[in-house]
Ligand binder design. Structure first.
Ligand code: GLY
Length: 360
């Protein structure tokens, strides 16, 4: 059983979510003009990439595989340059295909290779982490890191197809599943209260069981939220900013900790902080705030942070590439599922920060 979610807008595409999908849905999106395929994969996925390559060869395609260093180290320009060379040696043409198989770092970087090789070739994302399925692989943000920062170089280049096979999550460590669940719960708060109900009513063991119906449902719902948002605003002209709920503080926490914090953990803390900021403005009730803490902590995510002072975090937030003239921008909820982007004076941060354990 699988569900297909459509993304509309300037670059229409499809996202297939299911279990035990095998390679057929990947082969099905290769059109007649395709002759060659390059599979770019994270190193631990070598066996699966080779199996996919053999399957595609049996269908008549010329296929190469290329691995890359794990995690953020894979998002270096040297890695991209090596893959451009691989494309060249393979003579990957305009009508050919790159398949990105791995977590968010893989789809970000391989998506950038696909966007730039011959000014753009067909891209298929095969995310293998929950975070990748609900966030990085969907919506076309590709990017790499440079010595001056993360994701400062990139493009909006959506995959033509995303194949999210829940059975690939079977070996994912529980903390990584929880980190992905943070983005799922975030989608619940900004747009789909049914996600919040399912998280609230399901035991954590079932919620984080890759074979459970409940995880499949909230994953599909979160992808649907993201697909709807990027269909309306691919290039983040406005609406797409709502996906950054919890992210203003989260990015600062990640930077303050040299990216040793999982993104999802930081997003959970960031959402709990944003909820308090909204409460201070009279936009959310004490119950809404408590619901944030309950749902994130239910799957083992942090809701408090004591690792840096507010001064340090504010300094980092103010140096973010999106900050203009010292005005911080936060996505706040004007009620559950009613997000809005607002300007915030740094002085407003003190009370909500202390409530989640951040020292002045
Ligand atoms: N992760 C936020 C976005 O894709 O816009």
């Amino acid at each position: 059983m699988s569900t297909t979610i459509g993304v509309t807008g300037p670059h229409p595409s499809t996202i297939t979510v299911g279990r035990d999908l095998g390679f057929a849905p990947i082969a099905a999106v290769l059109d007649e003009a395709v002759m060659k395929v390059l599979i770019i994969h994270a190193r631990p996925l070598a066996a699966r990439a080779v199996a996919l390559a053999e399957h595609l060869r049996s269908l008549g395609y010329e296929v190469a595989t290329a691995d890359h260093p794990d995690a953020e180290a894979g998002k270096a320009i040297e890695v991209v340059a090596g893959l451009w060379d691989t494309c060249g040696h393979l003579q990957l043409g305009r009508k050919d295909v790159i398949i990105a198989m791995g977590g968010g770092a893989t789809t970000d970087m391989a998506g950038f290779v696909a966007a730039t090789w011959l000014r753009g070739v067909t891209l298929i994302n095969v995310p293998t982490t929950l975070l990748g399925m609900v966030d990085a692989a969907v919506g076309g943000k590709t990017g790499i890191n440079t010595s001056v920062g993360k994701n400062l170089v990139g493009s909006f280049y959506p995959a033509d197809a995303v194949i999210a096979d829940m059975s690939l999550l079977a070996t994912l460590p529980r903390q990584d599943l929880a980190a992905g669940a943070a983005e799922v719960i975030k989608c619940g708060f900004i747009a789909d209260p049914k996600i919040l109900r399912i998280v609230g009513e399901t035991s954590p063991e079932i919620l984080l069981d890759p074979s459970s119906e409940q995880l499949a449902e909230i994953t599909t719902r979160a992808i649907t939220v993201k697909a709807r948002v990027v269909s309306a605003d691919l290039t983040e002209g406005g609406l797409r900013e709502i996906l950054n709920y919890g992210h203003t503080l989260a990015h600062a926490i990640e930077r303050a900790n040299d990216y040793t914090w999982r993104h999802g953990d930081a997003v959970a803390v960031g959402c709990c902080f944003a909820a308090r900021l909204a409460q201070a403005r009279g936009l959310l009730s004490a119950d809404d705030v408590a619901r944030h803490d309950q749902l994130f902590s239910r799957v083992g995510l942090p809701t408090r942070y004591g690792g840096s002072t507010l001064d340090e975090l504010t300094h980092i937030m103010l140096s973010d590439k999106k900050v203009r003239r010292g005005i911080l921008r936060f996505v706040l909820l004007e009620g559950i599922a009613h997000p809005a982007t607002v300007s915030v004076d740094p002085q407003e941060l003190a009370a909500p920060a202390s409530q989640i354990g951040i020292r002045a």
